[in-house]
Design a protein around this ligand. Sequence first.
Ligand code: DC
Length: 222
Amino acid sequence: MIIAIDGPAGSGKSTIAKLLAKELGFTYIDTGAMYRAVALKIKRLGIDPDNKEAVINVLKETDIRLKNNEEIKVFLDGEDVSSEIRTEEIGKIASKIARYTEVRKILVEMQRKIGEEAKNAVIEGRDTGTVIFPNADIKIFMTAKPEVRAERRFKELKEKGLNVSYDEILKEIVERDKLDTTRKDSPLKPAKDAIIIDTSDKTLKDVFKEILSIVRSRLSTK
Ligand code: DC
């Protein structure tokens, strides 16, 4: 069974996807982490994300792996970069390089392979129900107002001890939404058969319960 969860930054999709995978014993596939790992490499090498050719050449020489053990980890050329990729700056570079069809082709192929090998997986991102697994058994599109999403990110980063500004985060979220929804290749949008959940006025605990009950009823008819 493949469960595809898509949505914009800060919609709560990562939290839900991880909880769901844990509860069901499914493999968790974070597709955004793969774009972020490439973005980190680009940054470290000092490459301009607008230099499409250079970005593609780097990706061709890059090894990205997701590991699902006790903790979920992301490896870039063998190095654990799980924490380092979680900054707004890397998110923004990831969004820029995600515009390139060649980049998407390479990463989508890797993501399909991971999903097929896992058999039972919760896969989250922007195009998991529209492009990677258009035949996914369950498709969820999570969303929330930009202000609510910015508030969640703000709290999360503050809890990690980072000195951040709410206004700056909101601005970045709006910018990233624009990049992700307006790109030509695989823009962020709900699949036609996706269940859309607006989490603005809900707790993530309630959203988790709601999605779990959808999954359980689908599993019982399978
Ligand atoms: O979900 P995230 O914030 O970790 O994703 C970072 C960026 O990567 C996002 O702004 C756009 C891109 N992305 C994508 O284009 N397609 C995906 N399936 C996942 C992420």
